[in-house]
Every structure is written in C-alpha cells, then in structure tokens.
Design a protein around this ligand. Sequence first.
Ligand code: IPE
Ligand code: IPE
Ligand code: MG
Ligand code: MG
Ligand code: MG
Length: 294
Amino acid sequence: MTLEAALKAASAELDRTLDALLPQPAGFHARVQEAMRYAIFAGGKRLRPFLVLECAGLFDAPRERALRVAAAIEALHTYSLVHDDLPAMDDDDLRRGRPTTHKRFDEATAILAGDALLTLAFEILADPATHPSGEVRARLVAELARAGGSEGMIGGQMMDIDAPNQAHGADEVIELQRRKTGALFEFSCRSGAVLAEAGDRDMAALTDYARDLGLAFQIGDDLIDATGDAGTAGKAVGKDEAQGKATLVSLYGVEGARREARRLAARAGEAVATYGEAAARLTALPYFLLDRQG
Ligand code: IPE
Ligand code: IPE
Ligand code: MG
Ligand code: MG
Ligand code: MG
C-alpha cells in the first residue's frame, strides 16, 4: 500500500475506534461531549495515530490494541490544539478548516472539552482492552504523562508563549520544538514498541526516528505559517512572525529551514533502516510531510 493510501485507511479505522470510545452526548452535560466530538472529528491529518500503527506494525502488535493507543494520542493531541487556539494562547478562530472549539461553543466549554479529552486519553490506556499486562499499561500511561507534561508538550508550549520576550538561538528553538511537537511524536513511535514489549535497541531507534521526524514536521508547520494560505492549511497563517514566535524559519529563513528539514528527513530514514521494507512508509513520511501545504 502506498503511503497516502495507508494514511487514509488508518484515518478511517481510527475514526471508527474514536467513535466507539468517545462518550455519546447525553444528559445535562451533553454540551461538553458535543464539543469533544466537534474538536476530534474535524478532519485532522491523524499523523500521530498513523505513527502508532506503523511502529506497532513493525513488531506485529495486535492492530486493535494499537488502535486504542492511537485513539489515546489523538485525544491528547486534539486537547492540545483546543487549548492552543484559546484567546489566552494563540487566539485563533480557524482550526482544521472550521471554527475553533471556543468559537463554535464558548471558552469555558472549550477548556472543559480539552480537559476531558486529556483525561479520556489516560482512561483508554488504563483499560485492560489496551493490553492484558498491567505493566505494559502502566508504562504507556507513564510515557504519555511525561510526553504531555511540563517536561514535554506543556513545557514546549510555555517556551513558545514566552519566546517573543526572549532572544532564542537555534539550540533553544530546537529544544522548544522538541518539547512542543516532538514529545507527542516520540510517544507515538515508542508506544508501538511498548505494546510489543520490544527491547531497548528498538526503543532507541524509534526515538531517534521520532525526534528527527518531529523537528522536520514542525519546520513544515512553520513554513506553512510563513508561506502558505489559510484555505489550504485550514488554519490562520502569517501569525508566527506577527506574534514574534521563535521558529527555525525565523532563524534560518525559508530556504535554510527547508534544507534543514530535508536533512532531518534523511536522518529519520536512517534511524529505521534496520527494519528494511517494513519501514518503507515510515521512511517516506518525512518527505511527504515536507511537501504538504496543510
Ligand atoms: C498541529 O498539528 C500542531 C502542531 C504540532 C504543529 P497537526 O498539523 O498534526 O494538526 P492536525 O491534527 O492535522 O489538525
Ligand atoms: C501548537 O503549535 C503545538 C501544540 C502543542 C498544540 P502551533 O501553535 O504552531 O500549532 P498551530 O500552528 O496552531 O497548529
Ligand atoms: Mg501555539
Ligand atoms: Mg497555534
Ligand atoms: Mg504553527
């Protein structure tokens, strides 16, 4: 299967899993559950779930378990977007091609829907249907907590918010992006190996791959912000420069950032070369992401 076909198939499978795992809006609190569904079924690229499925596939981990982990990371990622768009953060009106959750509902509902997606992620991982071994489940929970926490995604978001007030060099921007975006990519890839109880060498290879892919991906996101258009991106563009955000595009310029992303894409492929043909789609993915417009 080609990369594009595999992305599409994974996305459809994931949506079925999410539909079964997300609560059906009912009762006096239905509004928050409607907002959760609104945010998650808005047509995202589902990259993190795809990484879980591809990496779990390297070790033949059962698909239905991988799909649950994929649903958990997408729930946590979606929460991060809902909160990222709030007026107190990036203050965006458009996400995934439609009004942001706080625009469609209201700020309080968006905050609560984000919180509920975050906690749902852990509920999914902790369920015995995710893996019969309590030890594996605890490891998944601990890894996701670290990736999403103040040393991971939240830490990156803090640096991102503070960036306009601070002079940042390349090392700091890379650290910012590694936390803000890379941490969830790392979880996605590592969790595939955790599900299969793979060894340290596999964990290290997938971590290296995810680091480079995550950085290349965030450069792609920053390039879209710098050079893309809102219609294709499904979200506002031109905001990073206006808000003084520290990005590799602001440091290296558009061409320099593209070169760096290509270098990272090649190195990501080397990290998974030992898996041969089984990793063909993982190897192609960073290049595919560099060419994207949205
Ligand atoms: C957007 O992520 C946030 C970043 C980390 C840059 P994606 O570009 O993966 O967003 P969706 O899930 O496809 O909407
Ligand atoms: C957001 O980064 C990363 C998150 C952890 C949510 P951005 O602020 O650059 O993402 P977009 O451009 O709004 O999707
Ligand atoms: Mg942001
Ligand atoms: Mg944003
Ligand atoms: Mg961005």
